[in-house]
Design a protein around this ligand. Structure first.
Ligand code: GLA
Length: 367
């Protein structure tokens, strides 16, 4: 898109919901996600100086940093997402100048809906427009992931960036993290997704995420595998004496999730939405007991969803340790289920859950 007369351009990116395939991405596994109709937008222009100025409307914060002195900030940590992207562009050899940008959005941060990836991808798209850079979508995803790994310090996989970038209206994104195959799968028109934000903030940079990753890699090494992708549940059961109890639980979650994604794709193809929903419940149970990345509030949201007629499945979505759940529901009952879920949650916890129907949509333009 060309710049407007004053050289101001806008760039947006969608948040995402992880539908099945939890913590499988960095284990070279399978994931199924969807981009949602909420995201972040950056609006900015080149400023002809050697400075980057960023302003977050939501946080009422501003930072200015010299382009040539990029390093992770310890104070204004929110700015590490865009600064990490600038750093990666420079590392890749793209010539950038200084720029100023304002960030707006409607994606709740800390909800497990990938505000981080949306921030990175929107920044990258802004830089591409401002400095006339072209890049293939998968390379863009990897560059944003590298920004998060390097500047934010979360050793996340590619799920969030790939889903945000490849997301299309009314389609799920299937990603094989080993072969890097990306496929979009049509989402049945008579179904809907409800997000319920628990109000318990998850902050993956606090270290739980990297700890789980390390446990998965320890299990992989103890089993002598290239990745946890390379074993079945039956194989794992036969080799369990080689693992500590914690390693076994972590590995069982990952291997089970891979199997659930593969089965889920087949069930969708055969029109078995009920069977798909059951896989979502099983996924949550596995998070709760084996991966231990749930919290009581997410368990409650899933239990409350389960007893509503019209709900086919529910699970935590994203990294875990707080954040949100996603429920698969019959579209005609979706509004009333969302309201009921919020009311029941409030009654039992005193907390307000933000529940909303999410439209599956590519690059968000609603911010
Ligand atoms: C976070 C990470 C992703 C992925 C999910 C869990 O969203 O950023 O890479 O690992 O958690 O599936």
């Amino acid at each position: 898109m060309p710049a407007d007369p004053e050289g101001v351009v806008t760039a947006s990116a969608s948040g995402r919901v992880e539908v099945l395939g939890n913590h499988t991405d960095y284990n070279e596994g399978l994931v199924l996600g969807a981009a949602i109709d909420r995201g972040l937008t950056l609006r900015g222009s080149a400023n002809g100086s050697g400075l980057i100025s960023l302003r977050s409307a939501a946080l009422s914060r501003e930072v200015t940093v010299p382009l040539t002195e990029l390093a992770p900030l310890t104070g204004e940590r929110w700015a590490n997402y865009p600064l990490g992207v600038v750093h990666e562009f420079r590392k890749a050899g793209w010539p950038l100048g200084g720029f100023s940008a304002e960030i707006t959005g409607n994606l709740p941060p800390g909800a497990g809906l990938s505000s981080s990836a949306a921030f990175e991808v929107a920044t990258a798209r802004l830089l591409m427009k401002l400095f006339q850079i072209e890049m293939a979508p998968l390379r863009l995803a990897k560059l944003c992931q590298a920004a998060e790994n390097g500047f934010v310090g979360v050793q996340s996989g590619l799920l969030d960036q790939v889903t945000s970038i490849f997301g299309r209206d009314d389609h799920l994104v299937y990603f094989d993290c080993r072969s890097e195959e990306v496929r979009t799968i049509s989402f049945p028109a008579d179904l809907a997704l409800i997000i319920a934000v628990s109000g318990v903030k998850h902050d993956l940079s606090e270290g739980h995420y990297n700890a789980r990753r390390a446990e998965c890699f320890a299990a992989r090494d103890a089993l002598g595998l290239g990745a946890l992708r390379d074993i079945s549940l039956a194989g794992l059961a036969a080799a369990e004496d080689r693992l500590t109890p914690v390693q076994l639980r972590r590995a069982r979650h990952i291997v089970g999730e891979n199997e659930r994604v593969a089965r889920g794709v087949a069930l969708l193809a055969s029109g078995d939405a009920g069977g798909f929903g059951e896989l979502m419940f099983a996924s949550h149970e596995s998070s709760r007991t084996d991966f231990e990345n749930s919290v009581p509030e997410l368990d409650l949201l899933v239990a409350l969803a389960r007893r509503e007629p019209g709900v086919l499945g529910a699970r935590l979505t994203g990294g875990g340790f707080g954040g949100a759940t996603v429920s698969l529901v019959r579209a005609e009952a979706a509004e009333s289920i969302a309201a009921q879920l919020a009311a029941n949650y409030q009654r039992q916890t005193g907390r307000t859950a933000e529940t909303f129907l999410c439209r599956i949509a590519g690059e968000s333009r609603e911010t």
